[in-house]
Write a protein that binds this ligand. Structure first.
Ligand SMILES: Nc1ncnc2c1ncn2[C@@H]1O[C@H](COP(=O)(O)OP(=O)(O)OP(=O)(O)O)[C@@H](O)[C@H]1O
Length: 259
């Protein structure tokens, strides 16, 4: 039977008194691959951070594997890919060091770096094709390459639950396909994935559920957008802005137009 990875009930977040999320009910079961969609500023990153307890709720509640974030202890289960790399000023971390930091939640239990840690870091670097840059300062990498470092850091922790905030932002088409293959492998292995996306592109086939945020609420929760299939169906009359674009095109039509 599937567990409940995340369960938010009536989740509200406000910044400086201005509501961004106005009552989110979202339950994610293990094995689901959920895409959070929505226009710029709709609150997708805020929702992801609130699910992890990184942004406090001003109302409602949220659980990670049945525990409030403050009482959740099994952080090794969660692989978080934030929207961008926060490199501490002046600290020249190498790519390998940043990726290895993804093992910390596990090392607390195992106490010191093991052969398993080294193997997991090497495998994660290889999965994002950055093995040859392992010794470089992470600041020397391009934005897209830094995004791959963040993905590798999450992979290195071998979590069972991935939370990715726009993992494909700024990465080229080949890397998107690489990530899609990596994700497909994780999904086959029964991992749970919640990801924020503006365009699903090659990720589309692995997504099992699309959740569209709009007006601070969930505007759609159901099958993921499948532009080609949906638009090709008999009786599908209206025009999407993306209708003339390839599958990898932006889902802008979707974001403002929940079914
Ligand atoms: N730390 C913060 N302080 C104040 N306002 C914030 C903060 N973080 C986000 N916001 C505001 O909350 C709203 C939602 O932002 P959020 O980043 O969650 O949206 P998003 O859907 O992820 O956007 P995008 O698609 O552009 O990444 C925006 O209006 C943003 O300006």
């Amino acid at each position: 039977m599937s567990e409940t990875a995340f369960a938010m009930t009536g989740g509200r977040v406000a910044y400086d008194g201005k509501p961004v999320l106005r009552g989110i009910d979202l339950t994610v079961h293990t094995g689901e691959v959920v895409a959070l969609l929505g226009a710029n500023g709709s609150g997708k990153s805020t929702l992801v951070r609130a699910l992890l307890g990184l942004t406090p709720l001003s109302g409602g509640s949220t659980l990670i594997y049945d525990r409030p974030p403050g009482r959740f202890r099994d952080w090794w289960r969660i692989g978080y890919v934030p929207q961008r790399l926060q490199v501490g000023g002046g600290v020249p971390a190498t790519v390998r060091e940043v990726v290895a930091s993804g093992r910390i939640a596990r090392q607390r239990r195992l106490r010191r770096t093991s052969a398993a840690d080294r193997a997991a870091v090497a495998a994660a670097l290889e999965a994002v094709r950055l093995s040859d840059r392992a010794g470089d300062p992470v600041q020397a990498l391009s934005g897209g390459q830094q995004q791959r470092v963040l993905i590798a850091r999450a992979l290195a922790g071998e979590p069972d639950t991935y939370v990715m905030d726009e993992p494909t932002a700024g990465v080229d088409a080949e890397t998107q396909r690489l990530l899609a293959d990596t994700l497909a492998g994780l999904v086959l292995g029964g991992k749970t994935v919640v990801l924020v996306a503006h365009e699903l592109g090659p990720l589309e086939p692995v997504i099992t559920r699309g959740v569209v945020i709009g007006g601070g609420l969930i505007a759609h929760d159901g099958p993921p957008p499948r532009p080609e299939g949906e638009c090709a169906r008999p009786g599908h009359e209206h025009q999407h802005p993306h209708a003339a674009e390839p599958v990898a095109g932006p889902l802008t039509g979707w974001q403002g137009e929940p079914r």
